[in-house]
Design a protein around this ligand. Structure first.
Ligand SMILES: Nc1ncnc2c1ncn2[C@@H]1O[C@H](COP(=O)(O)OP(=O)(O)OP(=O)(O)O)[C@@H](O)[C@H]1O
Ligand SMILES: O=P(O)(O)OC[C@H]1O[C@](O)(CO)[C@@H](O)[C@@H]1O
Ligand SMILES: [Mg+2]
Length: 454
């Protein structure tokens, strides 16, 4: 383990600039733990699979576009079942908690953790924690069986309930320790994964044989490193219905305008993909791209709002800033513009499907994705890994250190090709200042190749 100022950094270097950013293992702080043969070996469904077990040395490259003499770069440990496990089936006492905002697929992940533990590893003791982190110390637990979770993937939301705030590390770890829980599955966004990291640290400090696995959730697709977050595709699909409605309304009247507000606290992926998919949108505004309504650039939407409305420096229970309703504001500005300055009659319909796109069940592909996430987490915990989050990196599931998914947010890069495609499809102004355009042009091609989108 390398002391990099971050207690969870576990680095290994190889040839040609190869770096493995590894995740912790229970044996890092509890030596001589016994191992057992993976029960999957005798599982009728899985035993026929050739090379079912992941090679211990398999890693997944973060960098997929490379040059002949370039460094191999960062790698993560490949997710999947190992030949040896560190828990006996009847020893496992697992729990699942969901925190933060809703997202399509939460129930699927819960279902697949319960069913995966049961069917793949013969684990029957799984507890649901009610209502997010605070449920560990303030609510009764829910006993989870495959029968209990059988149909839940067909429902939106989370059957466990969720909340913001209420993360009290000592009380949570006391509850884990007192109940004898030894596998903790934590589903949630950036805040939740930060919470999971400190739970892991406290568990390690107490020397407990407890594996902590995070499953990243964010409808905004703002978690870095992983290819995409679950529920995102479902949300983009559902957003089409709102865009279609706005389009039909706008097309059916003289001087019709449709305004749709979509989710994305600081990242505009939903709006960008929904726009590209629909092709009916004339202008897409996202937090990453400062825009102006009249005259020259004045700043991003929220800045414009703060200038015109009374400042609302309010936060939610987790400390996230409460943002103002840009959709309603822009609708008023458009109406004012045409009424006062152009004296033109317009018909504007404002559609806000914000919560409709995240309160629905996952679509088919998100359901499959959620299953893989759940299975990757289970295999990792059973193999003794801990303090990790799971997710696909360039198409391969990997175990990723918590700090890598919490240190920054994934954002739309407005100087990448995907945003250019959007600009070309809508034919809207780029809103980019000449300074940004020139800087992007001066960027050397290799950097574009390595960091850019397809
Ligand atoms: N830095 C932190 N340390 C410990 N716990 C945290 C931290 N940040 C957030 N949490 C806890 O994580 C939980 C979820 O956080 P938050 O409400 O920010 O949602 P999130 O997981 O980021 O999901 P999303 O923003 O996608 O809805 C809350 O219970 C909060 O108390
Ligand atoms: O209204 P809530 O539940 O606090 O959610 C607000 C935000 O949380 C998210 O779901 C996740 O960040 C955002 O998409 C949304 O803007
Ligand atoms: Mg968050």
């Amino acid at each position: 383990m390398v002391d990099s100022g971050d207690s969870q950094m576990k680095l290994a270097n190889g040839d040609s600039g190869y770096v493995l950013e590894d995740v912790p293992h229970l044996t890092d702080y509890i030596p001589d733990l016994p191992t057992y043969t993976n029960p999957l070996q005798d599982n009728p469904s899985y035993s026929a699979v050739k090379q079912y077990f992941v090679n211990m040395d398999d890693t997944v490259s973060q960098k997929i576009v490379v040059h002949k003499n370039g460094p191999r770069g960062t790698h993560f440990r490949r997710a999947g079942p190992r030949q040896k496990v560190y828990f006996k089936s009847d020893e496992v006492y697992a729990c699942i908690v969901t925190c933060g905002g809703l997202c399509p697929g939460l129930n699927t992940v819960i279902r697949e953790i319960v069913c995966g533990l049961y069917h793949m590893y013969g684990v029957s003791k799984v507890l649901g924690i009610d209502g997010g982190y605070r449920g560990f110390y303030s609510k009764n637990t829910i006993s989870m069986t495959p029968k209990f979770v059988n149909d839940i993937h067909k429902r939106g939301g989370t059957i466990l309930g969720t909340s913001r705030g209420g993360h009290d590390t000592s009380k949570i770890v006391d509850s884990i320790q007192d109940r004898g829980i030894n596998q903790v599955y934590i589903i949630g966004g950036d805040g939740t994964q930060k919470g999971a990291a400190v739970i892991y640290e406290e568990i390690q400090r107490r020397g407990l044989k407890v594996a902590v696995a995070g499953i990243p959730k964010t409808i905004d697709n703002d978690i870095p490193v992983i290819d995409k977050s679950f529920g995102f595709d479902t949300a983009v699909e559902e957003a089409q219905r709102a865009i279609n409605a706005a389009h039909v309304e706008a097309e059916s009247t003289e001087n019709g305008i449709g305004v749709v507000k979509l989710m994305g606290r600081y990242s505009g992926f939903i709006a960008m993909y929904a726009t590209l998919a629909s092709r009916d949108v004339d202008c897409c505004l996202i937090p990453e791209s400062p825009f102006y309504l009249e005259g020259k650039a004045e700043g991003a939407g929220q800045d414009l709002l703060s200038k015109s409305l009374q400042s609302m420096d309010q936060q939610d229970a987790s400390g996230n800033k409460l943002l103002q309703d840009v959709g309603l504001w822009i609708s008023h500005r458009i109406k004012d513009h045409f009424a006062k300055e152009n004296k033109m009659n317009i018909t504007l319909k404002y559609i806000d499907p914000t919560y409709m796109i995240r309160a629905i069940p996952a679509n088919a592909s998100d359901n499959v994705y959620c299953t893989l996430l759940a299975h990757s987490a289970i295999h990792g915990a059973m193999a003794g890994y801990t303090g990790f989050t799971v997710g696909p990196v360039n198409g391969r599931h990997a175990y990723i250190p918590f700090n890598r998914v919490t240190e920054k947010q994934n954002k739309v890069v407005i100087t990448d090709r995907m945003w250019a495609r959007l600009l070309s499809s809508t034919d809207q102004p780029s809103f980019m200042s000449p300074k940004v355009v020139n800087k992007a042009k001066k960027r050397e091609e290799p950097a574009t190749l390595l960091n850019g989108n397809i």
